[in-house]
Design a protein around this ligand. Structure first.
Ligand SMILES: C[S@@+](CC[C@H](N)C(=O)[O-])C[C@H]1O[C@@H](n2cnc3c(N)ncnc32)[C@H](O)[C@@H]1O
Length: 248
């Protein structure tokens, strides 16, 4: 049995389709308006420059995708992939302001990209939804070029006292806000999916097992969110690096 989300993928897709109209607003509210800061950190970790290419996996309405596209400029290229047609429709409807960006319906576990075709692969608040985390990271590693970056931003179960206090607020307030917008079930799922997600050391280990090296992670906002990043080795076959995981 792979290590991953217990909820069936078809149910998850249907749920994200259903909440796509309220998704951006809900995100701002339940993150206490912190999410732009978290996304900026994730984009920086992708270490992209002008003219580079990237894929944003489980892109939702495309916030990270467009931020990556801004980084690489008109000579670069970014593709956003999500299995929810509702989310992709919202992403496509948002003005991209001359950026070289496109959005496609596709599965994170079978990305519609050839091997080693982009310089970075990102996933923001998507990994915990996948039925097989290892396969998700292996797919991201497969499509990045040697030396390219794999970045994962995700909600975490914090260990600090401050983080746990924020978490308790989150666990209580999210279902209430969810019910207010008529999506109680969906936001109860959000809490369940974060409870089932592995701790940061285990995620780092899965990333190394997927062939990434120099895997590092950093807790954000008291540890309620964690940012992981690793590099596809420049030489030799993708192999598990055995260095220590560092919280920095
Ligand atoms: C919490 S949203 C995050 C969206 C966006 N990345 C963001 O930062 O706002 C999770 C997204 O993952 C997508 N997703 C979940 N499982 C997926 C899969 N197997 N393949 C592609 N997308 C998936 C959902 O459709 C949803 O849009």
């Amino acid at each position: 049995m792979p290590e991953g989300n217990a909820a069936p993928a078809a149910d998850v897709r249907e749920m994200f389709d259903r909440i796509s109209p309220v998704y951006d607003l809900m995100n701002q509210l339940i993150s206490g308006f912190q999410e732009p800061r978290w996304r900026r950190r994730a984009v920086r970790e992708a270490r992209l420059s002008r003219g580079k290419a990237a894929v944003d996996v489980a892109c939702g309405t495309g916030k990270v995708t467009r931020a990556l596209a801004k980084r690489v400029g008109p000579s670069g290229y970014v593709i956003g992939v999500d299995f929810s047609p509702g989310m992709i429709a919202r992403a496509q409807a948002t003005r991209a302001g001359g950026l070289n960006v496109s959005f496609v319906v596709g599965d994170a576990l079978a990305l519609p990209l050839d091997d080693a075709t982009v310089d970075a692969a990102t996933i923001a608040f998507g990994m915990r939804n996948l039925v097989d985390y290892g396969r998700g990271f292996r797919e991201m590693t497969r499509v990045v070029r040697p030396g390219g970056r794999v970045v994962c931003l995700e909600i975490a179960r914090p260990s600090s006292r401050l983080g746990r206090a924020i978490q308790q607020w989150f666990d209580r307030i999210v279902p209430i806000i969810g019910r207010l917008v008529g999506q109680g079930d969906a936001y109860a799922y959000l809490i369940r999916s974060t409870r089932g997600y592995p701790d940061p050391e285990r995620i780092a280990a899965i990333m190394r097992e997927s062939g990434l090296e120099d895997v590092r992670w950093v807790p954000l906002s008291g540890g309620i969110v964690t940012l992981h990043a690793g590099t596809r080795p420049r030489t030799g076959p993708a192999s598990a690096a055995d260095g220590e995981t560092t919280a920095s």
